[in-house]
Design a protein around this ligand. Structure first.
Ligand code: PRP
Length: 205
C-alpha cells in the first residue's frame, strides 16, 4: 500500500491571495507542504530504484509543475518522455480520452516511472498502463501527487502517492479547470459557482 499524507476537508487553511478570492475557496495544500512531501516521495523512489536508470513517463499537461519539482530531487540517472492524454471537454467529469502525444523513447526492458498529477476515476491510468505494458518495460511504477479514492471507477493502485484528498474540485500546481489555474503554486479548491456556471452554459448549448 502506498504511504501518503491523508488530508481532511476541514483542515486549517492559509488565506487565499486577494486576487483569487472570488474563484478559489481555499488552499488545500500550500507550496511549502508540496515541497516537503515531494522531497519525501523522491527519497522513496530513489530507494526502490537503487540507482538503476529509469525512464520517467509523464502525462501531459497536468504534471508540469509536479514533474519539474519531483525529478530535480531524484538523484539517479533518468531519461524523460511524455504521453499526451486528455479527457475530452471542459467540465469537471472525466470523459472520453484523447491521446495527443505518443511516447518516443524506447522503454523495452527499462524501469519506468509513470507520473500523473491526480488519480481520480482511474480511467486515464487504466488506459495508459496497458499501452505502456505492451512496450515490454522491465517494470512500471506509478506515482501520483494526488489521489481521490472516493471517485474511483477503474481498478488502479498507485505505488507512490503524495496526498490522499477528499472529493473536492482541486486546481493549481498544474491542475486546471478549463485550462486555467495551472500556474498557481498551491493546490486550491475551486469555488463551486465557477464550475457550475461553465457546466450550465455548456448544457444550454
Ligand atoms: C486529468 C489528470 C489526470 C486525469 C485523472 O487530466 O491530469 O491525468 O485527469 O482523471 P481520471 O483518473 O478520472 O482519469 P485531464 O484529462 O484533465 O488532462 P490535463 O492533464 O491536460 O489536465
Amino acid at each position: 500500500m502506498p504511504v501518503s499524507t491523508i488530508l481532511k476537508t476541514n483542515r486549517s487553511s492559509t488565506p487565499v491571495p486577494p486576487r483569487l478570492r472570488a474563484e478559489v475557496e481555499k488552499i488545500l495544500i500550500t507550496d511549502a507542504e508540496l515541497a516537503q512531501r515531494i522531497k519525501i516521495l523522491a527519497r522513496g523512489i530513489e530507494r526502490d530504484f537503487r540507482g538503476r536508470e529509469m525512464v520517467v513517463v509523464s502525462l501531459l499537461n497536468g504534471t508540469v509543475l509536479f514533474l519539474a519539482d519531483l525529478i530535480r530531487h531524484l538523484n539517479l540517472p533518468l531519461r524523460l518522455d511524455f504521453i499526451g492524454v486528455s479527457s475530452y471537454g471542459a467540465g469537471t467529469e472525466s470523459g472520453d480520452l484523447v491521446f495527443t502525444k505518443e511516447l518516443r523513447l524506447d522503454v523495452r526492458g527499462r524501469d519506468v516511472l509513470l507520473v500523473d498529477d491526480i488519480l481520480d476515476t482511474g480511467k486515464t491510468l487504466s488506459r495508459v498502463l496497458p499501452k505502456l505494458r505492451a512496450l515490454k518495460p522491465r517494470r512500471i511504477k506509478t506515482c501520483v501527487l494526488l489521489d481521490k479514492p472516493s471517485r474511483r471507477v477503474a481498478k488502479v493502485k498507485p505505488d507512490y502517492v503524495g496526498f490522499t484528498i477528499p472529493d473536492l474540485f482541486v486546481i493549481g500546481y498544474g491542475l486546471d479547470f478549463a485550462e486555467r489555474y495551472r500556474n498557481l503554486p498551491f493546490v486550491g479548491v475551486l469555488h463551486p459557482h465557477i464550475y457550475k456556471e461553465v457546466l450550465e452554459h455548456a448544457a444550454k448549448k
